[in-house]
Write a protein that binds this ligand. Sequence first.
Ligand SMILES: [Zn+2]
Length: 87
Amino acid sequence: MERFLIETSHRKQDCGKLAQGLHTQDVFSQFDWACAGGMHTGWAIVEANSETEARLKVPRLVGGQARVVKISELDVSRMHAAFPCWW
Ligand SMILES: [Zn+2]
């Protein structure tokens, strides 16, 4: 399994519809939302075998606007080998 960051935004006027549509779905609790702070964006980190599989976890209401990016922990030893001038 690999990890993917999902970022999805929506319009302020769609906020209520999104909350109503998601509150009964498991995916709702996987996202953190910045709506209360005025930035209508949600983020989640999910495990999946591929970007395609991760994209299936995006709520359909906002799936068209979602960015799905593979993420991983920083491996310091690999960074040291790749960028010796940094150390
Ligand atoms: Zn919102």
